[in-house]
Design a protein around this ligand. Structure first.
Ligand SMILES: *Cc1c(COP(=O)(O)O)cnc(C)c1O
Length: 402
């Protein structure tokens, strides 16, 4: 409905993302759809109130859908090549609503052990209290998932590459195995790392692809936004209904920022990838680094699946060093000039974050060293390398003078 009239399926992806969800003719010629700040929508007559048809994408009440959310959802569905999307106020809200929408008491849910920690908290808390049996599995399981399926398994939840440790999952093997065993099982994935751009789960048999658009889609560390994109119309309806019932929705200004970010996503991503690879290759040569965890570099678990299934890499990856005392680690990371220390990622700025998967994992105990996650931002790569080099120097001084 909002498609640019000249849009054709043959257009390249970056071109399609420029047009997706836009409607200058409906908004006074404005290139961008203005943030639609409205809760109450007035109906001029009782007849129009009575004849409201939700399928017409008319607006009945701000929370249940409005031009800002419709445009964002249309663009996200275009990005992930799905039937439709549902927008959320955060990535976590997209995850929790999706899990609730497709489960009921007594069901069994399989979740990759490398899922984002708040996904696990929700599953272990609210989902478990609702009587849903949660089980974690080795992200590298592949078609071995077959052995974990039970008669009441309803959802298999993937995240690839995994949070913190970046194992790339064999998604096609998992979806094939699950579909052969029971076509009613819903396979979901947290597709935030790929930003919907570098990997297309819905084309590999996944039913619901979920993203924290807070990350690369918004892209500037200033919005909180989520999306769940469904391959099938019946799944979309079910998810939308759950979102409305749970009161889940995104704010108009964040939707505006998400749509604006989407226009430059492919362009920004190329630079994040390039800088991430420059840093990753440099780090791989450092004597301090015991293991690289960059999906696009050899040695990362599942690197072969990244090569087969992904069209590129973003700027988020990790490396390991031998365990060091906390004060020495602090000497390294506290003095960075360009790398900020903080959660989230996907913005224009570089980030560094020591992390501890050992406190989170249950299916596969963490046997790695000190894990340091980096987000390669849009700074000059040489400046970032100098920053890391100075950090390693401070680490060496601290280790020599405990
Ligand atoms: C950040 C993140 C989320 C949650 O996103 P919010 O928008 O902050 O709720 C979910 N999954 C992954 C992999 C993330 O990195």
């Amino acid at each position: 409905m909002n498609r640019h009239p000249d849009d054709s399926p043959a257009d390249a992806e970056a071109t399609r993302l420029i047009h997706a969800g836009r409607a200058p003719d409906r908004f006074g010629g404005a290139v961008n759809i203005p943030p639609f700040r409205a809760s109450t929508i007035l109906f001029p007559t009782l007849a129009e109130l009575d004849n409201y048809d939700p399928k017409m994408r008319a607006v009945r009440y701000g929370r249940t859908g409005n031009p800002s959310s419709h445009a964002f959802e249309e663009a996200m569905a275009e990005l992930e090549q799905g039937h439709g999307a549902v927008s959320f106020g955060s990535g976590v809200q997209a995850i929790t609503t999706s899990l609730l929408a497709f489960t009921r008491q007594g069901d069994h849910v399989l979740i990759a052990d490398t899922a984002y920690a708040p996904t696990r908290s929700f599953a272990n808390g609210i989902l478990a209290r609702a009587g849903i049996v949660v089980e974690y599995f080795d992200p590298c399981i592949g078609d071995g998932i077959r052995n974990l399926l039970r008669p009441r398994t309803r959802v298999v939840f993937l995240e690839s590459p995994g949070s913190l440790s970046f194992e790339v999952q064999d998604v096609p093997a998992i979806t094939r195995t699950v579909a052969a065993a029971d076509p009613e099982i819903i396979v979901m994935i947290d597709n935030t790392w790929a930003a919907g751009l570098l990997f297309r789960p819905l084309l590999h048999g996944v039913h619901v692809s979920i993203q924290s658009a807070t990350k690369y889609v918004a892209g500037h560390s200033d919005a909180s936004l989520g999306a769940a994109i469904c391959a099938r119309p019946d799944h979309w309806l079910r998810l939308k209904k759950a979102a409305v019932e749970l009161g889940a929705c995104a704010g108009p200004d964040d939707l505006f920022l998400g749509l604006r970010g989407l226009r430059s996503l492919p362009t920004r991503m190329r630079q994040h990838q390039e800088t991430g690879l420059v840093l990753g290759r440099w780090l791989a040569q450092r004597p301090e680094v015991t293991r690289m965890r960059h999906p696009a570099l050899p040695g990362c678990p599942g690197h072969e699946y990244w090569k087969r299934d992904f069209t590129g890499a973003c700027g988020l990856f990790a490396f390991e060093i031998a365990p060091v005392p906390r004060p020495a680690l602090a000497a390294m990371v506290d003095g960075m000039r360009h790398f900020g220390m903080g959660y989230s990622w996907g913005g224009f700025e570089s980030l560094i974050l020591p992390s501890t998967p050992n406190s989170i994992r249950t299916a596969v105990p963490w046997d790695g060293g000190e894990l340091i996650r980096l987000h390669a931002g849009l700074e000059d790569p040489e400046d970032l390398i100098r920053d890391l080099e100075a950090g390693f120097d401070r680490l060496a001084v601290a280790l020599a003078n405990p």
